[in-house]
Design a protein around this ligand. Structure first.
Ligand code: CAO
Length: 428
């Protein structure tokens, strides 16, 4: 067995040159010109191709090492006769600085990289680094597969794109292919390496977020949404609420506007049964529900959950207030069961305790409508020839347009705001 040390050729006196990537491993069969290493100096990225053919027996260099002319790269078990190293082809190098090697005396040739931005292939910068850091082998693979290196996240030292990065990129893109071919090619978001622009940190999504994310995505795609906005004058309801609040607080019950909204929603659902319904899977029938179970979105540290309050029509304000406190506490302590979150007919998402003027909630399929509640505020309202301050509650009703017409959306909103504008409507 004839072995030979393959060494770094003359690099014009450069020392302490960084090894960025080792492109072969022990056992690889290599040919003359097979790239062995990628080196990077202050000004250039270079590739060292093999001068001989054979099998790699031992590697003497690893990424992170510093090398100079003559450093041994690897031990090669020779494959028969030595093949002569081909001179390096220079496509557009007028300012060539690297000496052409003598194959007899120099065992390998350092090939300066033509650092091309793959985003604009016509631009060639000889021997200088651009924003994209990648060795020639990686660039070659990218070119062969038509991959834009600017879109490949880099994991190598100094933000360098490695062969592994290309493999990961290709795998990721391939995994997106089935989604792309369904639904007439759903476009995918570009893969961006954000660390190119500043420091970043990767944070795993909670189980709830991943689950609700899938459902929200599906619901957003399959339901043609319309959102109807409205404003309810809750001045009277608020006076009543404040008066009752203190009494109930002594019993540990928190009376918030949401309790009144629950009652007003049920009255509106009774008036417009198509909102208290689901489309059957074949899209032929509407299944009208004779019960009134309302889902209430609860914000928890792990994400959004929607417990269901059953038979809202049969419960009084005080019972609803108690139940609302209990389910939101259970939600925040991860104590909800699957049963607690099933069977809803309609959902309410209340951001009123936080703020904001309006938003467009996403229908909670298989329901057909959802009410978004924003923060009530005092506004001047023109009444009987003068402006008077009234407490106005902004409401956003999103619905499935396959089931509900725009006119009915508006009618439902009018009914709801009327219900909320007079406490007697809710107490009856
Ligand atoms: N306008 C003005 N004030 C409001 C209000 C409104 N629409 N709604 C609630 N408030 C007030 C309450 O009266 C309470 O004030 P006091 O303590 O002075 O009485 C305060 O805001 C906080 O209320 P709350 O949020 O604790 O209680 P709630 O009954 O209104 O809501 C719950 C309960 C569980 C729905 C709520 O805590 C929550 O989690 N909301 C977020 C829901 C969410 O994330 N939705 C987004 C879904 S889409 O991603």
């Amino acid at each position: 067995m004839v072995t030979k040390n393959i060494s770094i050729p003359d690099m014009g006196g450069a020392t302490d040159v960084d090894v960025i990537e080792v492109l072969v491993k022990v056992g690889d069969t290599i040919q003359v010109d097979t790239p062995l290493l990628t080196l990077e100096s202050d000004k250039a990225t270079m590739e060292v191709p093999s001068s001989d053919a054979g099998v790699v027996k031992e590697l003497k260099i690893k990424p992170g090492d510093k090398v100079a002319t003559g450093s041994v790269i690897l031990v090669l078990e020779m494959a028969g006769e030595k093949l002569e190293a081909k001179p390096i082809e220079k496509k557009s190098d007028k300012k060539e600085t690297t000496k052409k090697p003598e194959p007899e005396t120099i065992p390998a040739v350092v090939q300066p990289v033509k650092v091309e931005s793959s985003a604009s292939p016509s631009k060639v910068v000889e021997g200088e680094l651009t924003d994209i850091h990648a060795g020639p082998a990686v660039r070659r693979i990218a070119r062969e597969f038509g991959i834009d290196l600017a879109t490949v996240p880099a994991t190598g030292p100094k933000n360098r794109i490695l062969k592994d990065d290309i493999q990961t990129y290709v795998k990721t893109r391939l995994s997106q292919v089935p989604a792309a071919s369904a639904n007439f090619g759903m476009p995918t978001a570009p893969v961006v390496d954000f660390s190119k622009f500043g420091p970043v940190e990767s944070q795993a999504l909670s189980r709830i977020k991943k689950l609700s994310g899938k459902n929200l995505h599906r619901n957003w795609l399959i339901v043609p949404h319309v959102t109807q906005f409205g404003e309810a004058d809750i001045s009277g309801v608020e006076d009543f609420r404040i008066a009752q609040k203190e009494i109930l607080e002594k019993q540990g019950v928190k009376l918030t506007p949401l309790v009144f909204i629950l009652k007003a929603v049920v009255a509106s659902l009774k008036a417009f049964p198509q909102f208290n319904a689901s489309l059957d899977p074949n899209g032929e029938n509407l299944i009208l529900k004779k019960y009134f179970h309302i889902g209430v979105a609860v914000d928890t540290p792990d994400g959004l959950v929607v417990p269901v309050i059953r038979d809202v029509d049969k419960k009084g304000l005080q019972d609803l207030a108690k139940e609302l406190s209990v389910v939101s506490e259970k939600a925040r302590h991860k104590q909800l069961t699957a049963n607690d979150m099933q069977g809803g007919c309609f959902s309410i998402s209340s951001l009123g305790g936080i703020g904001g003027t309006a938003f467009t909630p996403i229908v909670n399929v298989p329901e057909v409508a959802i009410l978004g509640v924003s923060k009530a505020s005092h506004k001047p309202v023109y009444q009987n020839g003068e402006f008077v301050p009234r407490l106005m509650l902004p409401l956003s009703l999103s619905y499935d347009h396959r089931v509900i017409d725009g006119a009915d959306g508006a009618r439902f909103m009018v009914k709801l705001t009327n219900m909320l504008s007079d406490i007697r409507n809710l107490l009856l």
